[in-house]
Design a protein around this ligand. Structure first.
Ligand SMILES: [Fe+2]
Ligand SMILES: [Fe+2]
Length: 211
């Protein structure tokens, strides 16, 4: 509490690009003020996590700003966009509609921001479902999305928030990811079959590491 966080320094061209992205997102999500506030908050949180855990804060901030871009659209529009783009989730897209917006944004935004590298689009693509080979930037965005300060508190979210800076990034991600699965099951929601595969791949790797 009350600890001053040093401002991250960017190059002039990075500052210009971040300002352009922020202004685009602000306009694009103007009809959804809470989604906009969440996006700005994820950007700040992802930047801070990136600094803490040695990922690239510029890419983390850009990914945070853009991750929910497609949420400006209704669910049925998101499904149509995913169909138009030929996005294949292995199940009917209607069943996994909440996972599509990351995949869609990752496909449509590179044309708008050719300055940003594929790493940003990968992090955005997997911010909803996660994957078995998450790199630090992917994990930073995933965790930031789950714990940004505007997200209402829950015991699971509080636990992850308290672990920032103490636990490893892999552990923070693991807690966020498994907390998300618990949320899906507790609410009786459809669990994406690939999530079970990702869970098992990660669990096996973690258990091997523990020995
Ligand atoms: Fe999202
Ligand atoms: Fe989000």
């Amino acid at each position: 509490m009350g600890k001053k966080k040093a401002k991250v320094r960017y190059s002039a061209s990075q500052e210009v690009l971040l300002a352009r992205i922020k202004s685009d997102v602000t306009e694009h999500l103007s009809g959804k003020p809470r989604r906009l506030a969440h996006s700005l908050s994820v950007a700040r949180c992802a930047e801070r996590l990136a600094v803490t855990y040695g990922a690239d804060p510029f890419l983390a901030r850009a990914a945070g700003l853009l991750h929910d871009w497609e949420k400006a659209c209704s669910v049925s529009e998101q499904i149509s966009h995913a169909k138009e783009l030929g996005i294949d989730m292995g199940v009917e897209l209607e069943l996994v509609h909440s996972l599509l917006h990351g995949r869609v944004a990752a496909r449509i935004l590179p044309e708008r921001y050719p300055e940003l590298p594929p790493a940003v689009w990968h992090a955005i693509a997997v911010h909803t479902s996660a994957d078995s080979d998450m790199n630090p930037l992917d994990e930073v965005l995933f965790v930031a999305d789950g714990i940004e300060p505007l997200r209402p508190s829950s015991p699971g979210i509080e636990r992850v928030r308290k672990l920032v800076g103490k636990a490893s990034l892999d552990d923070l991600f693991w807690d966020s990811f498994t907390g998300g699965i618990a949320y899906v099951i507790e609410g009786g929601r459809y669990l994406y079959p690939r999530t079970i595969e990702v869970y098992n791949a990660l669990a096996a790797r973690r258990n091997r590491k523990k020995g």
